[in-house]
Design a protein around this ligand. Structure first.
Ligand code: IMP
Ligand code: MG
Length: 211
């Protein structure tokens, strides 16, 4: 079993945590290239600003922007959702680091790793709309559609995924393994008492969890 770049999983130090590879590295990269081309067409001649939500969106942003062939800027915001301490966000979101850019009149595209309940993204969208961007759209790599509790408009989606807890490619397991070039499903055997996407997931028992 490998992540399609040839490295055995043992070399990533997480073989025992993985049930299966959900999205191999080459499949991820092909889809990200397609998204980049689509975004390049849609934003031709526009003043584009990519807003990356830290930390999970970082891998996706840096790969995606290599395929966006229109001049653009990037900026970052860091948020934390709290109250749950857990995998299920409450939608109560606190800004840890705000944008440096004034987005008024700009064409803003939010780059997110994963949309689950939709609460975090809903909060970010509401906040950014108050700053009067010309347009505000969302590009999410992963869409856990079956878990949505609140409608959020997703303009670009990499992959729809089932209701399983995933990590790798920016997404963390207790802050680790964001470096994996593939998206993996957390093994139920490794944590028999934990359901995927249950309110209590390994290492996420603190009252605040950085996205
Ligand atoms: P939402 O507010 O429920 O949509 O939660 C979105 C955030 O929860 C994402 O930005 C991730 O940080 C986190 N998240 C949701 N599902 C997963 C997962 O399967 N693995 C890792 N993080 C996840
Ligand atoms: Mg996120």
């Amino acid at each position: 079993m490998n992540g399609n770049l040839g490295e055995p999983l043992t070399e990533w130090g997480c073989e025992h945590l993985i049930e299966r590879i959900l999205i191999p590295a080459d499949v991820l990269q092909r889809r990200i290239a397609e998204l980049g081309e689509q975004i390049s067409r849609d934003y031709a001649g526009k003043d584009l600003l990519l807003v990356c939500v830290l930390k999970g969106g970082v891998m996706f942003l840096t790969d995606l922007m290599r395929h966006i062939h229109v001049p653009h800027e990037i900026d970052f915001m860091a948020i934390t959702s709290y109250g749950a301490g857990v995998r299920q966000s409450t939608g109560i979101v606190r800004i840890l680091m705000d944008l440096q850019t004034n987005i008024e009149g700009r064409h803003v595209l939010i780059v997110e790793d994963i949309v689950d309940s939709g609460r975090t993204l809903d909060h970010i969208l509401r906040l950014l709309w108050t700053r009067n961007p010309a347009t505000l759209r969302v590009c999410a790599l992963l869409d856990k559609k079956g878990r949505r509790e609140i409608y959020v408009p997703l303009d670009y989606v990499g992959f729809e995924i089932p209701n399983v807890f995933v990590f790798g490619y920016g997404l963390d397991l207790d802050e680790k393994f964001r470096n994996l070039p593939f998206v993996a499903v957390l093994g139920a055997e490794a944590f028999p008492n934990l359901q995927a996407s249950s309110p209590i997931i390994v290492g996420r028992r603190k009252s605040e969890a950085v996205e």
